[in-house]
Design a protein around this ligand. Sequence first.
Ligand code: SAH
Ligand code: MG
Length: 220
Amino acid sequence: MSRHGASSPALDYIRALYAPEDALLTEIRQHLEQMDRAIQVGAEEGRILQLLLRLHGAKQVLEIGTLAGYSAIWMARALPTDGHLTTLERDPVRATEAQDFFSRSDVTERITLIEGNAHQTLESLIEEHRSFDAVFIDADKPSYSAYLDAAEQLLSPGGLVIADNTLLFGHVVHEQAPQGIAPSTWGKMRAFNQRLADSRHYDAVMLPTIEGLTIARFLG
Ligand code: SAH
Ligand code: MG
C-alpha cells in the first residue's frame, strides 16, 4: 500500500512546498512503485522524520526495516557530520538494493546497513552496549513490542521512539480484530500502542497520518 500513491491536493501541496525529493529519492520511490512494493514513508513523512531528529539533536539513530533505503536517506540527511544511522533489513534483495542507493547518495558515509533478522541484530547491539538517541520502528508489525523492548535497552531516558503504521492500515481502531487482519497482529499492535500511551514510561502521541506515525519520548 503506497502512501505516496495516496495523494490528495493537500498532500501534493505540502510535498511540493516542504518535502521536494531530489533525483535519487524519486528514483528509489519509482523503483518501488514499479515493483508494487511502495510501502515506504511518504515524502512529507520523510521530512517529519528529519525535523524530529533535528529537534531532538539526534546523532546516533537506529532504523528497523530499511526496504530500499528511502526513509534512511531522509533521516541520514538530518544528522550532523558526526552522526550515524544504523539500519536493519532481513531481505537480502532489499538490502543489496538499499546499499546500492546509499553508495550513490551524499550520506553513504553516515549509514551502516546490517543485513539479517532484526531480532538477532538487536540482541547483538544490546550485547555490544551500543546506544542510540532515536529508534525508528518500521518492520514486521507483529514484532513491534519486541522491537520496543530492544529500543528501551538501547536508548537513554529521554530517547526518541518513532513507529510507523501504528494504525495498522486502519484496523487497530476496532475493538475487535476485523476481517482481513490476523487477530494476533491486531492484538499485538493494540498492546504496542497501549504501552506507548502509558505516561509513566512514555510521553507520546500518534500523528493521524493515513498509516499512523507514533512519536514518543522514552522516560525510562
Ligand atoms: N523504512 C522503509 C520501509 C520499510 S518496509 C521506508 O520507509 O523507506 C519494512 C521492511 O522491514 C521490509 O523491507 C522488510 O523486509 C523488513 N523486515 C520485516 N521483518 C524484518 C525482520 N524481522 N528483520 C529485519 N527486517 C525486517
Ligand atoms: Mg512503514
